[in-house]
Design a protein around this ligand. Structure first.
Ligand code: ZN
Length: 292
């Protein structure tokens, strides 16, 4: 689901005084969006050949920075170069700078990120490890405007659909249904191998809920129907703990693996730990988004 295909993109130029022109942009990628939807369809090879033979190719099209190009794979945002600076442009015309040039604290990145900030802390899947570095919270820096453009800007605009997940009725965003279904399949396989996982997966919920993150005025990712909280009684959350932040976790590796394999990040990878929380953020699990 995180793959990409080579593609030849066509940019239709505005009609000029002469014959209509079509520009070729070679070397772009087409990608699968959230939920596995193909964002752009590749042209048939015969058509590619015919066009390449008859029209001038734009060989030096500037390449957007990897994280920006990658964002466009999964979200309603396209890279655009304006006066030498890259932006993520949303369908309503909002332009978010790739790099706003400001030096920011972690709190400032949370409050007003540019695209680069959202990728500034790499997400590391694999064996569970304690997180001891202050503010190592990969994925907590979110571009709310991008989420709203992709998933819906108000509670009634978020396209949620009912699903059953391990027997529980839940509502999730239509674009994330296939990702949730794929996680459920993996969890069922893990449960068959190890029934001791079951208590952690009882009473899963907290999927779609239009609300702010506790203690902030920023929207929670639960607002978009792309997150899930597993059994809260088996979970640890930094806001529930007294005293200084000390990472804790009881969620087993097999559960974390099942979600991460399908593009979900886990709140147990955060210094500000939230071990019940899984969130569909395929861009953070795609090495190409970090230029690898
Ligand atoms: Zn949550």
């Amino acid at each position: 689901m995180l793959g990409c295909l080579p593609v030849l993109m066509l940019l239709a130029a505005p009609p000029g005084p002469g014959a209509p022109t079509v520009e070729l942009w070679l070397g772009g990628d087409v990608h699968l969006g959230p939920g596995g939807k193909q964002v752009l369809a590749p042209l048939a090879p015969a058509l590619q050949g015919a066009l390449a033979g008859s029209l001038p190719a734009r060989a030096t099209e500037p390449t957007p920075p990897a994280p920006l190009a990658c964002l466009a794979r999964y979200y309603a945002a396209r890279p655009e170069l304006r006066d030498g600076k890259w932006f993520a442009v949303l369908p309503d015309g909002t332009a978010i700078p790739y790099d706003d040039g400001r030096a920011k604290s972690f709190e400032q990145k949370l409050e007003s990120p540019d695209v680069e900030d959202t990728f500034s802390i790499p997400y590391q899947a694999g064996p569970i490890r304690p997180v001891r570095t202050p503010d190592e919270d990969p994925g907590r820096i979110r571009l709310d405007a991008v989420f709203k453009a992709t998933y819906g800007a108000s509670a009634d605009k978020v396209d949620v659909v009912p699903i059953r997940f391990l027997g529980s009725p839940l509502e999730v965003h239509r674009k994330a249904v296939s990702a949730f279904t794929a996680v459920e399949k993996r969890l069922k396989e893990a449960l068959a191998k190890d029934p001791s996982l079951e208590p952690y997966l009882m009473g899963v919920g907290g999927t779609f809920n239009w609300r702010n993150i506790a203690g902030t005025d920023r929207p929670s990712s639960h607002s978009y129907g792309v997150s899930m909280d597993i059994n809260t009684r088996r979970s640890h959350y930094w806001r529930w703990a007294k005293g200084p932040i000390t990472w804790k976790n009881a969620i087993p590796q097999a559960i974390v693996d099942a979600f991460e394999a399908e593009g979900f990040i886990w709140g147990g990878r955060w210094y500000h730990y939230d071990t019940m929380h899984f969130e569909y953020r395929p861009e953070l699990l795609d090495p190409a988004c970090f230029g690898q």
